[in-house]
Design a protein around this ligand. Structure first.
Ligand code: NAX
Ligand code: K
Length: 530
């Protein structure tokens, strides 16, 4: 089963349908959320008996979850200090039920109207063993109201372990954006499904350790096709990698052409070519500027190298180069263009010509993306849906935006741009995502900061290219992101921050082998059903 990732509007639809189609009223889900939250608090603090827990609740449903959790924590023997951060007159119906139950149990719910209340909160936080953040959930947008902001700052200053309900207060669920401050959680329990805000940018930092609980929402709703985002988890990746038949030969595993490298940048060409082979393609051929071919022929043993006419020494471009490349393209299943290609004008022209004329799926990376700077509409002319693998700087350059603009809504922008230019975008960051023209967005669950190193992108581009003939239809970018991330995690265990791109490359076979261990039962099951 693949874990979906839900936008706020999709989660609201789930909530509504749980009521309309399954007869599960909101307050039932809130009760479940409260019980599961209390259990998550117990796992964060150990036993809560005799421990003091400071509970902050807003007037929305996130606050209702907090009131319900407080009841369970009280039953477990916790000492509670409960604060209502929102206006008591605006409290919604279900949270009101939860608050009344708490009050009937003799537990005081303090307001946060004036300075004295803030002092009480400060004191409570000082003596608390843990904090429960139920101030704001998916209903939050924009900037925090001043009272709430002050409460959040007090929580962060107290430095106590915080469990956030659904999402840390102050993080926007759809984007991960934090306009000002947000609750810094040790752990977050996502309700129903994770949200992009748990995975992206600042939101991921404030979320801390993430757990997801279904809170009893029917699986049919959580797996609904209308939810277009998903995690690239083990289950999904395993379903994309079929077992190679015994009768396979190198032609059936993929013939990949790579157009890469220039004077002084032969390493990028070697890395991506080798990655494609390590990802399991049958044949990889590297086309390089002719003066660089002898160097690459020495660097690469298993790949073929083709010299291409060059205009200046080591620079690819011009009509002679195109005359060699176009017929060459015909003999391959897919073409990777860009790593280490250089940014000369003639090279850019050659890239554009390939995008327009090549009748094979293209993977465009690095300098091939640079070549389309400010002119992404050329992508629409491609004969097959192209795959682009930009990092944030390259994406910003392509679209004429700043990186800060992009960061406001990485997934939303990638989704819109993929639809607009009819291309797949593999947008690389600390949470690499894959956006398809039909609106699907996949978020990586692998990877680490050690992978912020020169050449890691070349290895990813090569991995994706190498999977073009092997992965389930159209899903090479998703499988590639998974294998590359897993290989990076395996390499990080040994090399930590000293990790080199070549270490990721070296771990690709182990990553694939581990995934196969997952996928074997899947494929077996598949066979048995037939
Ligand atoms: N299936 C679901 O979706 C379920 C959701 N539940 C909870 O419901 C939450 C969503 O509830 P709501 O839609 O009521 O929204 P929230 O509880 O997240 O927030 C709404 C409240 O926040 C206040 N608010 C909004 N913007 C603010 C700002 N900038 N500064 C300060 N206050 C602000 C509003 O006045 C309102 O009272 C989820 O996060 C989750 O915790 C659960 O109760 C159970 C089921
Ligand atoms: K919260």
């Amino acid at each position: 089963m693949t874990m979906k990732v839900s936008l706020v509007k999709e989660m609201r639809a789930v909530d509504r349908r749980a009521g309309e189609e399954y007869g599960l009223p909101e307050v039932v889900l809130m009760e479940n959320a409260g019980r599961q939250t209390a259990a998550a608090m117990v796992s964060l603090l150990g036993s809560v008996r005799g421990k003091t827990i400071c509970v902050l609740a807003g007037s929305g449903n996130n606050g209702g979850d907090a009131f319900a959790a407080a009841r369970y924590l009280y039953n477990e023997g916790a000492v509670l200090k409960v604060f209502l951060t929102g206006n008591p007159d605006h409290i919604k119906a279900s949270p009101s039920i939860m608050k009344q139950a708490l009050t009937a149990m003799g537990i005081a719910v303090h307001g946060l109207a004036g300075d004295r209340d803030m002092d009480r909160l400060r004191l409570a936080l000082r003596f608390a063993d843990g904090v429960l953040d139920g101030i704001l959930g998916t209903g939050f947008r924009g900037t925090l109201r001043p009272v709430v902001r002050q409460a959040v700052e007090l929580v962060n200053a107290a430095g106590k372990p915080v469990l956030a309900i659904d999402i840390p207060s102050g993080v926007e669920a759809d984007t991960g954006a934090v306009s000002d401050v947000a609750v810094h959680a040790a752990k977050t329990i996502a309700l129903g499904l994770p949200k992009p805000g748990h995975l992206l940018g600042q939101g991921a930092v404030y979320t801390g350790a993430l757990t997801v609980d279904s809170i009893g929402i029917p699986r049919q709703l959580l797996e609904d096709e209308a939810i277009l985002q998903a995690c690239i988890d083990d289950g999904l990746a395993a379903s994309l990698l079929p077992v190679r038949p015994r009768t396979a030969h190198k032609g059936t595993c993929g013939r990949i052409l790579i157009v890469a490298g220039s004077h002084g940048m032969t390493g990028a060409a070697a890395l991506c070519t080798e990655a494609s082979l390590r990802a399991g393609c049958g044949i990889a051929t590297l086309a390089v500027p002719e003066s660089q071919q002898p160097i690459l022929a020495v660097k690469l043993t298993e790949a073929m190298t083709v010299p291409v006419p060059e205009q200046e020494p080591g620079v690819l471009g011009g009509s002679e180069a195109l005359k060699v490349l176009m017929p060459l393209v015909e003999g391959y299943d897919a073409v990777l263009v860009g790593p280490g290609l250089g940014r000369a004008q003639v090279t850019g022209e050659l890239v554009k010509a390939l995008v327009r004329e090549a009748d094979k799926p293209l993977i465009l990376d690095a300098d091939a993306i640079y070549a389309l700077r400010g002119a992404p509409e050329i992508l629409r002319e491609a004969k097959h849906v192209p795959i682009l693998t930009p990092h944030l700087g390259e994406m910003a350059g392509l679209l004429g935006l700043s990186v800060a603009d992009l960061r406001e809504d990485l997934a939303g922008i990638a989704r819109d741009v993929a639809a607009e230019y009819h291309a797949v975008f593999v947008l690389k960051s600390e949470c690499t995502l894959v956006a398809f023209p039909d609106g699907r967005v996949y978020f990586t669950t692998k990877g680490n900061a050690g992978m912020a190193t020169a050449g890691a992108g070349d290895v990813l581009a090569g991995t994706i290219a190498g999977l073009m003939k092997q992965a389930a239809e159209g899903m090479a970018p998703v499988l590639g992101v998974y294998l590359h991330g897993l290989a990076g995690d395996l390499a990080y265990q040994e090399k930590a921050e000293g990790l080199l791109a070549g270490d990721i490359l070296a771990k690709l076979p182990e990553a694939r082998r581990r995934l196969q261990a997952h996928s074997l039962p899947y494929n077996k099951k598949h066979d048995e059903n037939e």
